[in-house]
Design a protein around this ligand. Structure first.
Ligand code: GLA
Length: 377
C-alpha cells in the first residue's frame, strides 16, 4: 500500500513538473478532417507583395504543372492580399478587383481545378486586410458562403485591424462560418504567433503562423526556426505550426535555401513556395521537388522534429517517421564549415537526402549556414 501511495505521489509530482515545463495541453481538434499532412502549394506574397493579378495566378498554376511541382505535392494555388475591389458590392458581398481579376475568382477556381490544383484565398479577421481592403470581421458567414460558392479550397485568415477583439473570438467566428458552408476549406490562421496561438490553434484551424513575416535572409530564417521548433509539441495531423511561406529562390544562397527546406520538412511545416515560379531557376524547382525531403515533411506519423543537441550554433534535430525510420538533420548556423555527427542506436542504413549518398553513419562536413539531412533505417 505504502509503495502504491509513493508511486502515486511520484506520478503527481512528475505531472506537475510536465505542466510547469509548458508541454502541450491537449485541445479538441478542429475535426474538419483536412490537412492530415502539412499543406503544400504556392502563394504570391513573398515574391510579389500586393502586386497580384489573375494573369500571374494562372501563369504560376501552369508552372506548378509544367515544372513537376504539382506532382511533387504542391497543389494549393494561394492568392494573398489585394485581390479585392476596395469596397463590397451593394449586397455587401466581397468582389474581386475588376481590373486585376477581370474574370473573377470563380472562373480562376475553375481554371485551377482543371489543372488538378486547388485554389486558396486571403482575408482578414479584422475590419480591413493588412493592405487596406475590406476585412471579414462581422461578415464571416456571408464571406465564407462567397468563398465556398466560388469553389475556394483554402483560406489564409490574417489579423490586421483587429479592433481589440480577442483572437479566439475572431478566428472562431470564421471557423464556424466555414464549417457551415459544408465545403472542405483548409483554414490557415495568420496571427503571427500572437496569443500563444500554438496552444489553442488545433481547435480552430489547420495551421497557424508561429511568427511575424519571414524575410529572404538567413537571419530571418534562424529567428523563425527557433521560435517554431520550441513549440513542436503542439503540432500534428490536422493542425500544424506554420513558420511562414518558403523564401527558397528569393535571394538566399542555395545552401541556405536547402537549409530552409530541410528545417521546414523536419518541423512538419506547410511547404508553400513563395518563389516567382515564372522565372524560378532549375535549381530552385529541383530543390523544392526533392522527393526524399518532401516525404519527410509529409510523413504520415506527423510528429515534428525536436532539437536533441545544440552547441555553439551546431544543432541536431531528429524526427520519428512512420514505420520506424528516423530523420536526422545536422544544421550549422555558424559562418564556418564544421564536422558534425550523431549516433542513432540500432541504425542499419543511412541515406543523405541532398547528395543521395548512402552509408551506415550520420556524419558530414556541414557548410556554413548549411545542413546535412538523413533518413536512418
Ligand atoms: C501580413 C501577413 C503576410 C501577408 C500580408 C499581406 O503581413 O502576415 O503573410 O499576407 O499581411 O498584406
Amino acid at each position: 500500500m505504502a509503495t502504491v501511495r509513493r508511486a502515486c505521489a511520484l506520478l503527481l509530482v512528475l505531472g506537475a513538473l510536465t505542466l510547469l515545463a509548458g508541454s502541450a495541453v491537449p485541445v479538441p481538434p478542429l475535426g474538419n478532417g483536412l490537412a492530415r499532412t502539412p499543406p503544400m502549394g504556392w502563394n504570391d506574397y513573398n515574391a510579389f507583395g500586393l502586386d497580384v493579378t489573375e494573369d500571374l495566378v494562372r501563369r504560376s498554376a501552369d508552372r506548378l504543372v509544367s515544372s513537376g511541382l504539382r506532382d511533387a505535392g504542391y497543389v494549393y494555388v494561394n492568392i494573398d492580399d489585394a485581390w479585392m475591389a476596395p469596397a463590397r458590392d451593394a449586397a455587401g458581398n466581397l468582389q474581386a478587383d475588376p481590373e486585376r481579376f477581370p474574370h473573377g475568382i470563380g472562373a480562376l477556381a475553375d481554371y485551377v481545378h482543371g489543372l488538378g490544383l486547388k485554389l486558396g484565398i486571403y482575408e482578414d479577421a479584422g475590419t480591413k486586410t493588412c493592405g487596406g481592403y475590406p476585412g471579414s470581421f462581422g461578415h464571416e458567414e456571408q464571406d465564407a458562403r462567397r468563398f465556398a460558392g466560388w469553389g475556394v479550397d483554402y483560406l489564409k485568415y490574417d489579423t490586421c485591424y483587429d479592433g481589440g477583439v480577442p483572437a479566439r473570438e475572431r478566428y472562431g467566428a470564421m471557423r464556424d462560418a466555414l464549417a457551415a458552408t459544408g465545403r472542405p476549406i483548409v483554414y490557415s490562421i495568420c496571427n503571427w504567433g500572437a496569443d500563444r496561438v500554438w496552444a489553442w490553434g488545433s481547435g480552430y484551424g489547420n495551421l497557424w503562423r508561429t511568427t511575424p513575416d519571414i524575410r529572404p535572409t538567413f537571419a530571418s530564417l534562424l529567428d523563425v526556426f527557433h521560435a517554431t521548433v520550441r513549440v513542436s509539441g503542439y503540432a500534428g495531423p490536422g493542425g500544424w505550426n506554420d513558420p511562414d511561406m518558403l523564401e527558397v529562390g528569393n535571394g538566399m544562397t542555395r545552401t541556405e535555401d536547402r537549409a530552409e527546406l530541410s528545417l521546414w520538412a523536419m518541423l512538419a511545416a506547410p511547404l508553400i513556395t513563395g518563389a516567382d515560379l515564372t522565372t524560378a531557376s532549375g535549381a530552385t524547382l529541383a530543390d523544392l521537388a526533392n522527393p526524399a525531403v518532401v516525404a519527410v515533411d509529409q510523413d504520415p506519423l506527423g510528429r515534428p522534429a525536436t532539437v536533441v543537441s545544440s552547441r555553439a550554433g551546431l544543432d541536431v534535430l531528429t524526427r520519428p517517421l512512420a514505420g520506424g525510420d528516423v530523420a536526422v538533420l545536422l544544421f550549422n548556423e555558424t559562418g564556418a564549415a564544421a564536422d558534425m555527427a550523431w549516433t542513432v542506436p540500432g541504425a542499419t542504413a543511412v541515406h543523405e537526402l541532398w547528395t543521395g549518398a548512402t552509408g551506415t553513419a550520420v556524419t558530414a562536413r556541414v557548410p556554413a549556414h548549411g545542413v546535412a539531412m538523413f533518413r536512418v533505417a
